[in-house]
Write a protein that binds this ligand. Structure first.
Ligand code: KG4
Length: 339
């Protein structure tokens, strides 16, 4: 009989549940919370409430689409952290309650590791090549920007990271000041396709080692707007596409410089991207370019697995299940948790 792992993700503003059968994805349901759009960012209290409303129907649908009965579930994996505490509590408590009622074990999953392990999600009809250990993963999302050395499914080391804002925050905050809706990243990406990436030059930080920074870029973006709007009040509207293309190009440049440096110094050319910002078309192209120019073997996740999803949690749970790594009912979520 197959081993079925139910995965539950509730770390931020997506309520998601997925079923993995013997390492193959059977269902992946995501309820995204629209309630935050009006506020220009995630409101933690509203996120917790929306998770509470969504979790039962989302889990129910994941089980239904997998074509199984809930009594067939072998173990329940869930995101323990990092994330918003109130949001995490909904998923963790629900997972514990359901596991107790079914008499099955629970498996805690680190959200950041799950983003990395999204590269190992197997779909029923597709056999995409998976990364070979050791590999490097550029994890870029709304809350994190890290370069991770991945040795095994469970051994991961952060070798470089942002010292201030995450890449997604840089996209979202700059997008907000030019009037784009939240989250700004996808909007910048869309508009950047029609703009000139060389129209404006924003500052690149000079952070030693493998760390990077986005606060200087954000400030230089704001200063440019302030100076140009003083001369032309319609500046933003007249230059939106060019602003987006130039901003995106600067963010990609900052990210690529450091991951290229790590790749060279560590002698690893197996390189992956993960997290919400890995949906960015410019970043994906920059990675593909490295495959040709530097001989990288690149791993770019399908768009569905870039943002928060339970498929990656169920997959991570499956690997832990295989090594008998279960959690106790006393485990409790962490807002901050290292990889
Ligand atoms: O991993 P994720 O779903 O969750 C959080 O970290 O919360 O990442 C969300 C981030 C947001 O900042 C969003 O603007 C960014 O990913 N994002 C993008 C794109 N799609 C999502 N950034 C740039 N280009 C995109 N196409």
């Amino acid at each position: 009989m197959g081993k079925y792992i139910l995965g539950i993700e509730s770390s931020c503003d997506d309520t998601s549940a997925a079923i993995v059968e013997d390492g193959v994805l059977r269902s992946n349901i995501i309820a995204s919370q629209k309630v935050h759009e009006a506020y220009g960012g995630v409101v933690p209290e509203l996120a917790s409430r929306a998770h509470q409303q969504n979790i039962i129907p989302v889990v129910h649908e994941a089980i239904r689409q997998a074509g199984i009965d809930r009594r067939e579930i072998t173990a329940i994996a869930f995101t323990l952290g990092p994330g918003l505490l109130g949001s995490l509590l909904v998923g963790v408590s629900f997972a514990k309650g359901l596991a107790m009622s079914l008499g099955i074990p629970i498996i805690e999953v680190n959200h950041l590791q799950a983003h990395v392990l999204a590269h190992f999600i197997r779909l029923p009809d597709a056999d995409a090549p998976q990364p070979v250990f050791p590999f490097l993963c550029l994890l870029v999302s709304g809350g994190n920007s890290q370069i991770i050395l991945v040795r095994t499914y469970s051994e991961m080391e952060v070798v470089g990271q942002t010292i201030d804002d995450a890449a997604g925050e840089a996209f979202d905050k700059c997008a907000k000041v030019i009037g784009l809706p939240y989250p700004g990243g996808p909007e910048v990406d869309r508009l950047a396709r029609e703009g000139n990436p060389k129209a404006f030059r924003f500052s690149r930080p000079n952070v030693p080692g493998y760390d990077y920074s986005f606060s200087g870029l954000k400030t230089s973006f704001l200063y440019l707007l302030r100076d140009e709007i003083a001369k032309d009040s319609q500046f933003i509207d007249r230059n939106k596409a060019d602003l987006c293309a130039s901003l995106q190009s600067a963010i990609i440049d900052i990210l690529m410089r450091k991951i290229k440096k790590v790749s060279l110094d560590y002698g690893i050319r197996e390189v992956a991207i993960a997290g919400g910002v890995s949906a960015n078309s410019g970043l994906r192209n920059a990675f593909r370019e490295q495959a040709t120019t530097s001989g990288w073997t690149v791993h770019i996740p399908p768009l569905a697995f870039t943002t928060d999803n339970a498929a990656m949690v169920a997959m991570s749970g499956y690997f832990k299940y295989l090594s008998g790594d279960f959690s106790s009912m006393q485990c409790s979520p962490f807002a901050r948790q290292r990889i």
